[in-house]
Ligand binder design. Structure first.
Ligand code: ADP
Ligand code: MG
Ligand code: MG
Length: 322
């Protein structure tokens, strides 16, 4: 724990990411319970070790359905729906490709084209069968794997927010490695909005492009600089294009989403990253509850729209654009 002018910071490393909990009264016990909750929830969803409900589903691929707890079933059902959106690149059946690339883990490599071609038929979300009555999930073909990496942190951030509320906490901030969720108003200096830093891509964490100012909101960023490896001239990052099997390649370096629930932020960062600014902005027109900030390779910052947040540019190397 560290204290700074009435802000009590509790930190840990979980899900391969730095986790930060900010409280405004010291409470070691509460912080420990929050980290325990995160661990428990992560253990349900991880694809890297037992005992995980998602791993049990994957291990039974091609053989039998697996019943899961109601909360995990609902999350899988949501991920399934989003994966079937026309024109979207979100695909929760992407597991075989994620495992093969190992981006962000030891042993990463660029798979040969024929291997990618062999894996592509195993990532069809339509081959995941859900049964509401039995709350069970069946992967039709051996070798299929679901991967909730694109939404796990958002889901967990919301559960932490709910938990803090039940504990009578009215002001707090939790940062799950890029998923920021806030509770109430910031308590200091009559300040009405939280200031969440928009990180400069490929720079030290403290280097910012600007600040995103919000009331009680989730702010989620997904960037190509979060997990990647470099080979020769090329960079390979961790958001894969289900159509090609290779990392999505476009003009974007990051997408940030402001929304009430962090699960929406996590879904939409991935979706919008795949769609790009133009198509993504069209999609957002139908969703006034979701707003976004796109950062491009040529250092433009595009905000859509700004009812839920305002943005302060602080880095002269970047410019605001439409
Ligand atoms: P992070 O918060 O770790 O930056 P994201 O929310 O951007 O992660 O999700 C990236 C993770 O989602 C990857 O590490 C992988 O597990 C999974 N993933 C990769 N490509 C896709 C995709 N097209 N659709 C859904 N999930 C994906
Ligand atoms: Mg994420
Ligand atoms: Mg995501």
């Amino acid at each position: 724990m560290s204290e700074d002018a009435g802000v009590y910071n509790y930190s840990a490393v979980m899900m391969g990411s730095p986790i930060l909990l900010k409280l405004f009264q010291p409470d070691e016990t509460l912080a420990r319970r929050v980290f325990q909750l995160i661990k428990q929830l992560e253990n349900l969803l991880t694809v890297n070790r037992s005992p995980s409900q998602v791993m049990a589903i994957n291990q039974a691929a091609g053989r039998h359905a697996v019943s899961v707890s109601p909360a995990v079933y609902q999350l899988i059902k949501l991920a399934h729906e989003v994966s079937l959106l026309p024109g979207g690149c979100f695909n929760f059946a992407i597991g075989p490709l994620v495992k093969r690339w190992k981006i962000g883990f030891q042993g990463h490599s660029v798979p040969p084209a024929d291997e990618i071609a062999r894996l592509l038929p195993l990532i069809n979300p339509r081959d995941v069968e859900l049964d509401d009555a039995g709350q069970s999930v069946f992967l039709r073909h051996a070798g299929m794997e679901i991967d909730l990496g694109a939404i796990a942190k958002g889901w967990i951030a919301d559960r932490v927010q709910d938990y803090l509320r039940t504990q009578g906490i009215s002001q707090a901030l939790i940062n799950l490695g890029g998923n920021v969720q806030t509770l109430g108003f910031p308590p200091h200096g009559g300040q009405q909005r939280w200031h969440v830093g928009l990180q400069k891509p490929f720079a030290a964490r403290e280097e910012l492009i600007g600040t995103i100012n919000v009331e009680e909101m989730s702010v989620v960023t997904s960037g190509v600089y979060e997990r990647f490896f470099t080979l020769g001239e090329r960079q390979y990052h961790h958001i894969l294009d289900p159509a090609t099997g290779y990392p999505l390649d476009n003009e974007l370096l990051s997408v940030t989403v402001v929304s009430r629930r962090s699960i929406d932020g996590d879904i939409f960062t991935t979706l919008l990253y795949g769609m790009g600014i133009e198509q993504g902005s069209q999609m957002l027109e139908a969703r006034p509850d979701i707003e976004a900030i796109f950062v491009t390779r040529d250092r433009r910052v595009v905000c859509r729209s700004q009812r839920l947040f305002d943005f302060t540019l602080t880095n002269p190397q970047y410019r605001l654009a439409q």
